[in-house]
Design a protein around this ligand. Sequence first.
Ligand code: PAF
Length: 283
Amino acid sequence: MTTYSQILELRSTLNDYREKKKSIALVPTMGYLHDGHLSLIKKAKAENDIVVVSIFVNPTQFGPKEDFARYPRNIERDSELAKLSGCDILFIPSVEEMYPAGFSTYAVVENISTVLEGKFRPTHFKGVTTVVLKLLNIVQPQVAYFGQKDAQQCVVIRKMVTELNLHTEISIVPTLRESDGLAMSSRNVYLSPDERKNAVALNQSLRLAERLIHQGERNSETIINEMMKLIQSKNPTTIDYIEIVGTENLEKRTSIKSGDTILIPLAVRFGTTRLIDNTIITV
Ligand code: PAF
């Protein structure tokens, strides 16, 4: 595994691989890798010749009051884990390398970036789409891998890639969970032992929604209220949202019809830690 911090050097190596007709995959991350990230890297390696993993805590996707400064970082451990999982090239640029002084160009996917997460984090997706577009342009991979846990991010990135005619396939990999069902996330380390125990309510509420729907419940408000009750019983600081939406346009569904595929995303805060999770259900 080789590590690069400069865009020009990375590009030159990747051009050599392209000349040798090697397929290139990208796994974009913000580091502090967990098994969820490693599953993306392993899948990328199983399906491609060369796997590039980027580690970049992207300042433009954090709001002014969010956790950019304290976001967990451990490059040494990440490098070891990435290598063991099949990473060929680690790209760890500095903020100055990605956003040189005077940077003022952004990619924005309108409408679907302003709902759900976008309501609570108004500048978040502008930062995500900008950095992902830059990474896709730098690496020019055949495939880029993202985790289903960030469901809205996946929808927004897919739309950007389609509408800007980018030459990369977007592969979405299922969420990996801890043994009690909590979705793996770099932010789980912020949870106190009590909050960590209570946070299983997120997964439990999603499984409850699945059961209710499979038992025939079709009213979104009823399902959301049952999920709310379950989560409320575990002392969350706030429930930012629980919604039932279409998987493509993220529009709210007041009722569910047979044959529908719906997304149930949620965001809940335990203490100061904001967690997201979701499930996709075909009825
Ligand atoms: O999902 C993440 O970790 C980030 O949003 C991403 C895609 C690496 C962009 O910074």
